[in-house]
Design a protein around this ligand. Structure first.
Ligand code: COA
Length: 328
């Protein structure tokens, strides 16, 4: 069987226009700009329009990525959307997106790995390219977390945000591309963050709505403790598999959950903060979209140069985690 190196050939991102600042939140719940800034690093977050769904954000990010790749949607062989805020329970948001983009009748499906979604999606896509099944795959991480956020719950509403990031994957024609990927999960922590109702365990009813069970619940402190550990462990695996050390890393793009988590992770890896991409002050935590948007922004800002070794590390609900090392 063929084994081909896979490459993210282009990226695109879309952030909704509406901004909710920490000062806005002060008027909504018992919190302060000072608390949010020092505890999370977040200053503002972008929120989708009432009528905007995950597929709308995904579409905007996708057309930018396709344009940068210089290809039309007709050339795609597969579409993977990663999201915890799909347009609806089913059909898959990826199918909705396939139609919006005018792609051919190619396979389209969603991957649900919470904040680790983009790395999971890229990992799956890279298998199909690596083994020669497909040539061109679109992976889009799109989140409208504002729709499942309880705007009366200060534990969660200060953190989450909306956005989408897309990547076009193809076989690499040079030395650049994915060097290593590592994925992990631990369902023992499934109750740490999630939306309790609306699935088969607790179907939607008037009672579940009244009890606000369709909104995200989170044990923030428990997540925090596990996040630092698993993000470092995941990154260690990708680095080791590549036969490299953290000194070889030119740029680190972590999941954007909390600045204190990012700083603690970078410190344990001895990666200086000037090599770490941070956008959560502007964008909050966009779950699966965080890393995808951050990669696109870093490229657009000229922070990523050809040949750079870029490390990614993430964790999220599930619990899930993962890491990826690429040569740009
Ligand atoms: N404004 C003011 N006070 C707040 C607050 C807010 N928005 N949210 C919580 N508090 C209070 C708590 O009620 C608690 O008060 P108490 O001591 O009187 O009970 C106090 O602040 C400390 O709460 P704690 O949860 O221990 O704070 P923390 O330092 O752990 O920070 C998070 C909270 C959520 C910012 C932090 O735990 C975090 O970022 N966790 C990871 C979350 C995450 O990554 N989620 C996404 C999964 S991918």
């Amino acid at each position: 069987m063929k084994h081909r190196k896979t490459k993210i050939v282009s990226t695109g991102s879309y952030i909704p226009e509406t901004i909710i600042s920490n000062l806005d939140l002060e008027k909504m719940v018992d919190t302060s700009d000072e608390w949010i800034s020092t505890r999370t690093g977040i200053k503002k977050r972008h929120i989708a329009h009432e009528k905007e769904a995950a597929s709308d954000l995904a579409y905007q990010a996708s057309i930018k990525a396709l344009k940068k790749a210089g290809i039309s949607a007709k050339e795609l062989d597969m579409i993977i959307v990663t999201t915890i805020t799909p347009d609806m329970l089913f059909p898959a948001t990826a199918c909705v997106l396939q139609h919006m983009l005018g792609a051919k009748k190619i396979p389209a499906f969603d991957v649900e790995a919470a904040c680790s979604g983009f790395i999971y999606g890229v990992s799956i896509a890279s298998q199909f390219i690596s083994n020669g099944t497909y040539e061109t795959i679109l992976v889009v991480a799109s989140e409208t977390l504002s729709k499942i956020t309880d705007w009366e719950d200060r534990n969660t509403c200060v953190i989450f945000a909306d956005g989408a990031g897309a990547g076009v994957l193809r076989p690499s024609e040079d030395e650049s591309g994915i060097i290593s990927i590592y994925l992990g999960a631990d369902g023992e922590g499934a109750d740490i963050v999630g939306v309790p109702a609306g699935g088969s365990r607790m179907p939607a009813s008037i009672k579940t709505v009244e009890e606000r069970q369709h909104y995200m619940k989170m044990k923030g402190n428990e997540l925090f403790k596990r996040a630092v550990k698993v993000m470092v462990e995941a990154a260690d695996k990708a680095i080791k598999e590549a036969g490299l050390t953290y000194k070889d890393i030119d740029f680190f793009i972590p999941h954007q959950a909390n600045i204190r988590i990012i700083q603690a992770v970078a410190k344990r890896m001895s990666i200086p903060m000037d090599k770490v991409y941070v956008n959560l002050q502007e964008c909050g935590n966009m779950s699966a979209a965080s890393i995808a948007v951050a990669l696109d922004q870093a490229i657009e800002e000229g922070k990523v140069k050809k040949g750079d070794k870029i490390l990614f590390s993430c964790f999220g609900g599930g619990l899930t985690w993962g890491s990826m090392l690429i040569k740009w």
